[in-house]
Design a protein around this ligand. Structure first.
Ligand code: ATP
Ligand code: MG
Length: 449
């Protein structure tokens, strides 16, 4: 009798190991997702794969956001079809990625990212010496795939045809509890991919969720692993963070998690310079506002703002060494951008925008007879917005910003009047004469661009 009982217990335990947990399947009435909120691309991709005989689900952030009542900004689909099979199913599709091969399926303007279920067993995956997984292209089942996702709330699969949600890791319960919980052993999962530490921070800030204590515990100790992550991935993650519409909250959270220290030069700059902090936080608050209103944000403007005080400090340093203002400014811009490039792959186009916005600042500061010409400059609007931030943060006399605000709205005659040289001056408004500048500062006008 007892033998039989023990045998049954052992059997049950073994079965539990083979099938770690049974997935919960929620019906439409239980999960409440409104199918109409799915994009044409998401529906079309799932339908196309189903018709071709494959399994396919909407997965990840889209399901999470739908369950939270939001409208997802983009859709990811997971399937048991290989990338080649997905590509063969859709005429308008292309295979991308090396570390993680996926397929982009295009529907009109929309792109749906389709990934093949990954295996849960990473023992054969190539890693670097710190355990970071370099490539992850061994395929598996839906259950495997669910275990490979980062957080429980990101591991939910929605089948728009059956209208069911498949939940392997208690993601729905965690959504209700507003908790971010990593799947599996936290330290192992961060070692596999240190970017997950930034992701948990971003999601916590964006969703207003708490980080489960076990998920949070290893972050401080493992933060340094982020230094081994390629620059291009960090850049992508930084952009997601800064453009999440909750950049201010994200930065606070990063600071709470001690993730900023010595990791990304850019974050160091943002979080560790008292002078620039006000300016940067204002710029981020403005960015959050714009995103909240559905307006676009220029990455060039954002980075110009994040690094402005760094550039200012370098500029002043070079001027103090006796360099002329204009070449000093250009040298400072180059030094600051290059320093960031090493760790953060700032693209050339963005760097060019940053240089323009920065180099227009001393020209705007001066106002005067070139003002009308400056107004025609393609980057004037960005440079003016930047000037406003400088004034609001207390770095610049508000009189300068007010002068421009008046000038922009003024009638042509009034503009001429404003640009006219003042008695005893050289064309610059009165304010400038009151400023005491060391001789070395000289003329800060960069070459016209
Ligand atoms: P967002 O709203 O910011 O796009 P998201 O959750 O959709 O959030 P994505 O980067 O688009 O984030 O990733 C889609 C899904 O892929 C995630 O929800 C998660 O399931 C999985 N995923 C993404 N990055 C990782 C990672 N580093 N480790 C494990 N799973 C990941
Ligand atoms: Mg997404």
């Amino acid at each position: 009798m007892l033998k039989k009982f023990i045998a049954r217990v052992i059997e049950r335990a073994t079965a539990k190991k083979a099938h770690p947990r049974k997935a919960k399947v929620l019906t439409a009435a239980e999960h409440g997702i409104d199918r109409a909120k799915l994009s044409r691309g998401a529906l079309g991709t799932v339908e196309g794969l189903h018709k071709a005989g494959y399994e396919a689900y909407v997965v990840g952030g889209a399901v999470r956001d739908l369950l939270l009542g939001g409208v997802p900004k983009d859709f990811d689909v997971a399937t048991n079809a290989t990338p080649e099979q997905v590509h063969a199913t859709f005429r308008r599709s292309r295979m991308i990625g090396r570390r993680f091969r996926i397929v982009h399926v295009m529907f009109g303007q929309e792109t749906v990212e389709v990934s093949t279920f990954r295996t849960a067993d990473l023992s054969d995956a190539p890693t670097d010496e710190h355990g970071r997984v370099l490539r992850d292209n061994t395929f598996g089942s839906l259950a495997d795939d669910a275990t490979r996702r980062d957080f429980t709330i990101n591991s939910l699969y929605y089948d728009p045809e059956a209208q069911t949600v498949i939940d392997h890791h208690g993601g729905v319960a965690d959504l209700k509890k507003k908790v971010l919980r990593i799947i599996g052993d936290p330290a192992t999962r961060y070692r596999e991919d240190p970017v997950r530490m930034l992701r948990v921070t971003r999601f916590a800030a964006r969703l207003g969720f708490a980080i489960d204590p076990k998920t949070r515990a290893p972050i401080r100790e493992l933060a340094d692993l982020l230094t081994n992550v390629p620059a291009s991935r960090l850049f992508d993650e930084m952009m997601k963070l800064l453009l999440s519409g909750h950049a201010v909250a994200c930065i606070r959270q990063l600071r709470d998690e001690q993730l900023h220290h010595g990791l990304l030069p850019l974050l160091d700059v943002i979080l560790e310079q008292p002078l620039g902090e006000k300016f940067v936080m204002l710029a981020l608050a403005r960015t959050d506002e714009r995103i909240g209103m559905g307006k676009g944000v220029s990455p060039g403007f954002l980075f110009a703002a994040l690094l402005w005080h760094e550039a200012l400090a370098k500029w002043n340093e070079l001027k103090a060494r006796g360099e002329h203002a204009t070449p000093a400014l250009f040298e400072a811009m180059g030094l600051v951008i290059d320093a960031q490039r090493e760790k953060l792959a700032i693209q050339h186009r963005i760097a060019a925008d940053m240089r323009e916005i920065w180099s227009l600042q001393p020209r705007l500061d001066r106002r005067g007879r070139n003002a009308a010409k400056l107004l025609e400059h393609p980057r004037f609007r960005a440079a003016y917005d930047f000037l406003l931030l400088r004034a609001q943060s207390g770095e610049l006399d508000t009189e300068v910003a007010d002068w421009w605000t008046t000038f922009i709205d003024a009638m042509p005659e009034a503009r001429l009047e404003m640009m006219a040289p003042k008695p005893g001056g050289d064309g610059a408004p009165r304010k400038r004469r009151r400023r005491r500048r060391p001789a070395a500062e000289g003329d800060a006008t960069p070459p016209a661009s």
